[in-house]
Design a protein. Structure first.
Length: 229
């Protein structure tokens, strides 16, 4: 099956690429959706410029798709942008886990284009999933936080067992979703089994807007893989 992945550069869409290969699918394209509105209901908005580099590290063809980020309108815009590729693929893969809102709209996209919807993470247990990511040597940082209990001190740190346990405890205390499915946070993958080399942040600054805090990445370095977190 020929598949295109909607790719934000975060943990879920990156794992979806890995799972696609494991399931024997041909990953033909990665599409990164760039919403003009940072408060998009559907799409990530932080560190999207890095996705092009991640795609190069995986040797997969990559395209940006710009949408307004306005509720419902962004879905129609995505359909129209994907229409030109619909004859070249059989399915669209997404990293959705629990969001019924996203599922309904991505299903609409696929139905409109006569494509299958591939969601390998649907309803996965979040704690088990995080531990699977660490087991598979994913290097993940948080690039945005927007929930009580998720302090800006988490930004830019590679998530290891210690930080994961902190996130688990805070999730139980404050009630945010550990998978960040409600927009509580956004992530960025610096390394995973698919990357030929890994990404290191060299320079970034922290931006605060309203109740959100996020990283503005100014410089990165591509380095040979290391064995430690």
């Amino acid at each position: 099956m020929r598949i295109a992945i909607l790719f934000s550069g975060g943990k879920d869409s990156t794992y979806t690429i890995l799972k696609s290969f494991e399931d024997g699918y041909k990953v033909k394209y990665l599409f990164t959706v760039k919403p003009k509105n940072k408060d998009s209901y559907m799409f990530h908005s932080v560190a999207l410029d890095i996705t092009k580099i991640q795609a190069e590290l995986m040797n997969i063809k990559h395209f940006y798709i710009e949408v307004s980020g306005e509720k419902e309108k962004e879905v129609e815009e995505l359909i129209e942008k994907l229409r030109e590729f619909s004859e070249e693929i059989d399915a669209i893969g997404i990293g959705g886990i629990k969001s019924k809102y996203q599922y309904i709209r991505f299903k609409k996209v696929c139905d409109e284009l006569n494509l299958k919807l591939y969601m390998p993470l649907h309803n996965i247990d979040c704690e088990k999933y995080w531990r699977l990511l660490l087991e598979k040597k994913f290097k993940i940082i948080i690039t945005k936080v927007s929930a009580e209990g998720l302090d800006k001190e988490f930004l830019g740190k590679i998530i290891d067992e210690k930080i994961l346990n902190e996130l688990i405890n805070k999730s139980k205390k404050f009630g945010f979703d550990l998978c960040f499915e409600g927009g509580e946070a956004e992530t960025l993958v610096l390394d995973c089994p698919l990357f030929k080399r890994e990404i290191k942040l060299k320079k970034f600054k922290l931006i605060s807007e309203n109740l959100s805090h996020f990283l503005e990445i100014e410089d990165i370095e591509i380095v040979d893989k290391s064995n430690s977190l």
